[in-house]
Write a protein that binds this ligand. Structure first.
Ligand code: FES
Length: 266
């Protein structure tokens, strides 16, 4: 496949975002994956030429990070966490079930090109173990049965929604977002779930609070940037933080309401 003039132009646009052009290499590689379905030799050459570095330097980055793929990825990259906590909570069984159900092994893609399977390391979603990711969106608290249903839905073209995110798009679309070309769906879906907010709830119930700002001179110095912040900026940051917290809390309440309704039904 040949990189289009549009893709080459977008690769150059990425470099312009950074004081040093080569800082754009990671998003550039995501854009290559969005256009080509994987990191191709041509994509490596294009990045090297635009950044005026060697193909070996680009290749060294592309082969270091596991999010860059040298083989074609299907429409949906299904990553099953098999790191310690997810593994003991059922991640190993889920991975084995999907291998058997899809008839593919690790880092392979189904014949119809729809699903790629990979066992992945901790996704920082241990509070929802065992967790599966589809195109890097969370699908929490999975079982072998629910994971089989998940890939069946993906293969049938049914809409699949992330537990804590938007409806799942294709891998190439997701790669384009990772390249810094947003699809304006970042705020779709819940921002947080009850497990992530449990600490906050317990702290509120027990009246625990963070220590007041202040402390030693050394601490004051290390927090100098905050002290020097424009009052208008500080107010804006505080308002944003309050909005995030309120949103997360209202989602947790909704979730608790759902749990209570389910318990009543039972
Ligand atoms: S161990 Fe699976 S998300 Fe952390």
């Amino acid at each position: 496949m040949t990189l289009s003039a549009e893709t080459l132009d977008e690769l150059r646009q990425i470099t312009a975002r950074y004081p040093q052009a080569r800082s754009g290499l990671l998003p550039m590689l995501h854009l290559v994956q969005s256009a080509e379905g994987r990191i191709t030799p041509e994509g490596i050459e294009a990045c090297a030429e635009i950044l005026d570095i060697t193909p070996a330097e680009v290749s060294g980055v592309a082969t270091f990070y596991t999010m860059y793929k040298r083989r074609l990825v299907g429409d949906y990259h299904v990553g099953v966490c098999t790191n310690t906590l997810c593994a003991v909570m059922g991640g190993d069984e889920i991975f084995a079930a999907l291998k058997e159900h899809l008839g593919i092994g690790n880092d392979e893609t189904t014949d119809d090109g729809v699903v790629s399977l990979e066992h992945v390391e901790c996704n920082a979603a241990c509070d929802y173990a065992p967790v599966v990711m589809v195109n890097w969106e969370f699908v929490d608290n999975q079982t072998p049965e629910s994971a089989r249903r998940l890939v069946d839905d993906l293969r049938s073209g049914a809409e699949v929604r992330s537990t804590r995110g938007p409806a799942i798009c294709t891998w190439r679309q997701a790669e384009r977002v990772l390249a810094g070309f947003p699809d304006d769906r970042a705020d779709e879906g819940p921002a947080a779930g009850p497990a992530s907010l449990a600490g906050l709830r317990v702290a509120r119930e027990r009246g625990w609070e963070a220590p007041a700002a202040g402390g030693t001179d050394a601490e004051d110095e290390s927090h100098g940037a905050a002290t020097d912040t424009d009052p208008d900026d500080a107010a804006a940051v505080a308002a944003d933080e309050q909005a995030d917290t309120s949103r997360a809390e209202s989602e947790a309440k909704l979730d608790e309401g759902k749990h209570e309704a389910q318990e009543d039904d039972a």
